[in-house]
Design a protein around this ligand. Structure first.
Ligand code: ATP
Ligand code: MG
Length: 405
């Protein structure tokens, strides 16, 4: 049993032969930043997802650095750095197109923390020690620190063992931690699926029981999490798990409701599995295509299946506006993305009219996405009078799909 009690708790240390991370696997920019901070007398470590992923032999998305230097001290020490954030300051260090995030150790704030009456933490932005920083993180596997000077992993919460056992555990009391920040419910699902982890029965129960608190999460934060769930190559699995755990209805109620219809569900799952295949091939994905898929069943409920040449554009547009507005109550969708979604949907009518009046349609910036979407609908068994075949055979040659351009 891991002792999650912070008091009198010294960390486990794991040397390189135990964790097997090689220094050359570490991003050179992050190393440079850490070395600079160390030279100026500060402690600095790699932390979080990058250590977890390296231990699991996966490619980290980014390398986060954490230090005892304040944002102002980091800015003074590291060239090309910029303080960001108002509520809690972080430092972004730019090198070419890459940005490395450097943050100061934080603590949960104890009695100073302010919470809503549902237990959701509103303010927990306090500087702290490395130990406090370790305990304020969400899951044990995300709370490992690597000191690149001696290549030792510092583990206050038992994350290294959990990672080796492929087990997801909250740091501390899961009921409390999920309530404090319900977004952790979504993060848990994502780690579970993406990292192929086991879930303790008690944590599974808590995820289900507290899922309703996701309604309290601001739409902008939900949007970010939805993108992480469905644009990183494991969308189908994530979607299935969210449905199974009855979480989806609190995250994307419109989509979840439509999934009681097997046809709609299999349309979405097929589209997501297609997106996963694109990620594996290194092809891009965009939020607009994702949302055009997730909201399509809700839209067709309003306008009827768009499979005849009779559906009129203004009707479609009106319903598009309604469905996107409804979705906005749960999940922020940027205006730019909204416009792209609508264009993809409009193409579902335009592409039913073939041959087209003008060849210009082929160079429309949303043509490929609209066409890809049409194929997904046909794959789901909708009869579109041979539209997919016609557009496939008659468009200028192109080997790759531009789904998201
Ligand atoms: P990913 O691979 O998706 O980036 P990550 O674990 O690195 O996974 P980030 O959102 O980059 O996720 O967060 C970095 C670290 O910050 C996490 O590893 C975790 O330690 C901590 N963290 C992030 N979100 C929370 C949260 N809601 N509550 C507590 N700690 C969090
Ligand atoms: Mg990360």
């Amino acid at each position: 049993m891991v002792n999650h009690n912070q008091k009198n708790h010294s960390p486990e240390l794991y040397a390189q032969p135990q964790h097997k991370i090689k220094i050359k696997q570490i991003d050179s920019h992050a190393k440079e930043i850490i070395n600079n901070l160390n030279k100026s007398g500060f402690k600095a470590y790699l932390v979080g997802g990058c250590i977890r992923d390296l231990i699991l032999n996966k490619n980290p998305k980014d390398f986060d650095v954490v230090t005892d230097a304040t944002p102002e001290q980091i800015k003074q020490t590291i060239p090309r750095s910029r303080i960001i954030g108002r509520r809690f300051k972080l430092v972004h260090v730019r090198k070419g197109r890459k940005i490395t995030e450097v943050s100061t150790f934080r603590s949960k704030g104890g009695k100073r923390t302010s919470k809503t009456n549902k237990g959701i933490v509103l303010k927990d932005n306090f500087y702290g020690t490395i130990k406090e920083d370790a305990f304020r993180r969400d899951f044990t596997i995300n709370s490992l620190y690597l000191d690149i000077r001696d290549m030792k992993i510092i583990d206050y919460t038992g994350g290294f063992k959990d990672l080796n056992n492929r087990e997801l555990s909250c740091i501390g009391d899961s009921k409390l931690r999920l309530r404090e920040d319900p977004i952790r419910i979504i993060r848990a699902t994502r780690f579970l699926c993406n990292l192929d982890l086991k879930l303790k029965k008690s944590l599974k129960k808590d995820l289900i029981n507290f899922a309703h608190l996701l309604q309290e999460i601001p739409p902008a934060r939900r949007y970010e999490e939805i993108l992480k769930l469905f644009l990183t190559g494991n969308a189908e699995n994530n979607f299935i798990t969210l449905l199974e755990l009855h979480i989806l209805k609190y995250l994307l109620p419109i989509t979840a409701k439509q999934c009681s219809n097997e046809k709609h569900k299999s349309f979405i799952l097929n589209a997501l599995s297609n997106s996963d295949a694109r990620v594996k091939k290194g092809l891009p994905l965009t939020p607009a295509f994702l949302f055009s898929v997730l909201l399509w069943p809700g839209l067709t409920e309003k306008v009827g299946d768009i499979n005849s040449k009779k559906t009129k554009l203004p009707v479609l547009l009106r319903s598009s506006n309604i469905i996107i507005k409804q979705c906005r109550q749960d999940c922020f969708i940027p205006k730019r993305i909204e416009n792209m979604i609508k264009e993809i949907w409009e193409f579902q009518i335009k592409l039913l009219k073939f041959p087209p009046k003008s060849k210009l349609i082929f160079s429309h910036r949303r043509f490929r996405a609209g066409y890809d979407f049409l194929l997904l609908r046909e794959e789901a068994g909708v009869n579109l009078g041979g539209a997919g075949k016609w557009w496939k055979e008659n468009q200028p040659n192109s080997k790759r799909s531009y789904q998201n351009k």
